[in-house]
Design a protein around this ligand. Structure first.
Ligand SMILES: CC(C)(COP(=O)(O)OP(=O)(O)OC[C@H]1O[C@@H](n2cnc3c(N)ncnc32)[C@H](O)[C@@H]1OP(=O)(O)O)[C@@H](O)C(=O)NCCC(=O)NCCS
Length: 393
């Protein structure tokens, strides 16, 4: 029988659960399903089987990511990458990542993202860090009262999700990478986990909202989501946090890189860590390019781009990128070609996502430019853009 890579059938479900607990659950015992149980089918999960026994697995969650104001892209979210310890180092995870790229390409997921256990491991397979976000520890006792803070109300009705959806979508359109409301993980966002309540508060002025949770261990609080669509909404939510100060000295929150926080409140004790959002990748360069908006300010013309991609080999080669009639298309050049710009798939993926920008990538020496005019066109086609996400997968 030998080695086989295939998607999981319902019968593989129990063995897959054991693998997940081996890799992520500290070897927790997994009860065998009852004889009359109907196993859950895991159609988006792929396994490496050695003589019929699962050795490694990977899942591709289907997401749709906002891509700026009026565009969305289909995205594969890579998760649950795991190999039994006794089968590691044989290239099984690598083979699954390669398989996932084919699967994503074939299902029209032109981009991919993942939350890495090791940045180095996935960089070898063509994913690279994209986006910047701030993890902030806010000293609540230093926060003043803000206008609108007393207007913020708790949301307790059943239809919380319906109430928050349009507000979240309005926010999401400022970024690349926030999942559409249909593919967001609202259940885990709003659920009351670990026996503690997830409180929802909303500013009626414009619907800006935050999700508050008391920490279990250190007496502080966590803002699970802080979604403000106007300066008034931002101030009002900060104003609400001021009223948590009697109980909690600090609250943690995660904000996009373009947050106005520091303009609205600053103090020596605002502790800000900048980190990447996650790792992103272009799965299918030609298809991804066809999907993006090309505003008139980009202009028209050609740029030849040499791309090196060892895993998704269909991206490798010298491409003629043509910008015309509000569209960008890419076709592979057959035969000799002297590229204007040369870069590998990791640099291309970063530039496509928008953070870091092509200029920053160039400053880091990660692209080679032979023609400045062509590079300028590519920079306008792939402009700097903030990346953010709200869901963990
Ligand atoms: C990560 C994991 C899936 C790799 O599975 P695998 O089948 O051994 O992977 P491969 O055989 O394709 O690649 C292994 C090679 O990757 C490299 N590698 C492994 N961990 C690495 C790390 N942290 N950083 C950089 N390289 C790493 C090594 O070169 C390794 O080979 P070697 O140890 O024999 O030198 C496996 O170790 C695992 O299940 N870990 C626990 C669960 C986990 O953290 N999953 C990732 C979630 S994002």
């Amino acid at each position: 029988m030998g080695i086989e890579i295939r998607s999981l059938s319902a019968e593989d479900s129990h063995a897959h659960n054991i693998l997940m607990n081996h890799a992520f659950g500290k070897g927790r015992v997994v009860e065998a399903p009852a004889a009359d149980a109907t196993p859950e089918a895991k159609k988006d999960t792929y396994g490496v089987f050695d003589n019929g026994k699962i050795q490694a697995a990977l899942s591709v969650a289907p997401f749709i990511a906002h891509w700026g104001s009026n565009r969305t892209l289909s995205m594969g979210g890579i998760a649950g990458v795991a190999t039994f310890a006794s089968a590691r180092g044989r290239g099984y995870a690598e083979a699954l990542l390669k398989k996932s790229l084919e699967v994503q390409r074939d299902s029209g997921q032109t981009i991919s993202a993942l939350n890495p256990f090791s940045w180095k491991f996935y960089a070898r397979h063509g994913w690279e860090w994209v986006g910047k976000r701030y993890h902030v520890k806010l000293p609540l006792r230093e926060l003043p009262t803000f206008p609108g803070g007393k207007d913020v109300v708790p949301v307790t009705q059943d239809n919380v999700k319906e109430l928050l959806e349009p507000v979240c979508t309005r926010f999401a359109r400022n970024y690349r990478g926030v999942f559409t409301s249909e593919t967001r993980r609202w259940d885990s966002t709003l659920d009351h986990s670990d026996g503690r309540t997830t409180h929802v508060y909303q500013y009626p002025g414009d619907g800006s909202y935050l999700l508050w949770r008391y920490n279990d261990n250190d007496g502080n609080g966590e803002v699970r989501e802080f979604i403000a669509n106007s300066p008034e909404g931002f101030r009002a939510l900060l104003g609400l946090l001021h009223y948590f100060a009697p109980q909690c000295e600090y609250a943690t929150l995660t904000l996009p890189a373009d947050t106005p926080l520091w303009n609205l409140f600053y103090h020596w004790n605002v502790d800000t860590n900048a980190r990447p959002v996650f790792m992103g990748r272009v799965v299918d360069f030609a298809a991804a390019l066809r999907e993006i908006d090309v505003p008139p300010s980009v202009g028209e013309g050609n740029v030849t781009v040499s791309v090196w991609d060892e895993q998704a080999v269909w991206n490798s080669g010298v491409w003629r990128v043509t910008v015309a009639d509000g569209k960008a298309t890419a076709s592979l050049i057959v035969g000799e070609a002297s590229p204007d710009v040369q870069l590998d798939i990791r640099a291309l993926s970063q530039a496509f996502w928008g953070t870091p920008s092509l200029a920053e990538i160039r400053t880091a020496g990660q692209i080679t430019v032979s023609d400045e005019n062509a590079y300028a066109l590519l920079s306008r086609l792939l402009p700097a853009f903030p990346v953010f996400t709200l869901d963990f997968f």
